[in-house]
Design a protein around this ligand. Structure first.
Ligand SMILES: O=C(CO)[C@@H](O)[C@H](O)[C@H](O)[C@H](O)COP(=O)(O)O
Ligand SMILES: [Zn+2]
Length: 199
């Protein structure tokens, strides 16, 4: 019974990845071009999200700043989920919903990219970060699910929306991490060529 349940999770996750390969390849390619244009002209990626999506933001930033699969120059990315002093001060003195927006206003500059991750598309602190990014003339790459939620309706034409066609948070997150790896892989391929076999 338990093993059957586990197998079903694997099957559902794989099925969703097959579906998403078709529907998401275009916006993911747009995201690659957007972050590439940003980091090659001196900009940086600011990444945010809650819970598992906070982990995804950190995972992505680590692969940009450190490396993905191949050696290449360091790329500028900062996760807005990691400085506990900043996070607790803003949450304590203002509101939890402002933990990312105030960091975007402090660090964001025109030409930077906000990577905004939310499976529901409705997390208030991520929505506030998008508003702050637009104020700073940054573009937004939004990773969502469940139809995009409120995030879907605040994005601009110059932003990129990668909306996973599913309702379950866990399944959506599993595609989000694949999308982030595709962005890292796409950036590396554009910078280094696509001939090398990754380690
Ligand atoms: O990882 C999980 C569930 O798989 C949770 O930690 C999940 O990320 C949290 O409940 C988040 O607060 C959900 O926020 P969001 O994806 O709707 O923006
Ligand atoms: Zn999770």
């Amino acid at each position: 019974m338990l093993e059957q349940r586990i197998q079903q999770n694997f099957i559902d996750s794989a099925d969703l990845k097959y579906q998403s390969a078709e529907s998401l390849s275009k916006p993911v390619a747009q995201a690659v071009q957007a972050v590439l244009a940003c980091v090659t002209s001196g900009g940086k990626v600011l990444a945010c999200g809650n819970g598992g999506s906070a982990a995804d933001a950190q995972h992505f930033s680590a692969e940009f700043v450190g490396r993905f699969e191949r050696e290449r120059p360091e790329l500028a990315a900062i996760s807005l989920t990691t400085d506990s002093s900043i996070l607790t001060a803003i949450a304590n003195d203002y509101d939890y919903n402002r933990i990312f927006a105030k960091q975007v206003r402090a660090l964001g500059q025109s030409g930077d990219v906000l990577l905004a991750i939310s499976t529901s598309g409705n997390s208030a602190n991520v929505l506030a970060a998008i508003e702050a990014a637009h104020e700073r003339e940054m573009s937004v790459i939004a990773l969502t699910g469940r139809g995009g939620g409120k995030m879907g309706s605040v994005l601009r034409e110059t932003d990129v929306h990668i909306c996973v066609p599913h309702e379950r948070t866990a399944r959506i997150q599993e595609v989000h991490i694949l999308v982030l790896h595709c962005i890292c892989d796409g950036v590396d391929a554009q910078l280094l060529g696509d001939q090398d076999t990754p380690a």
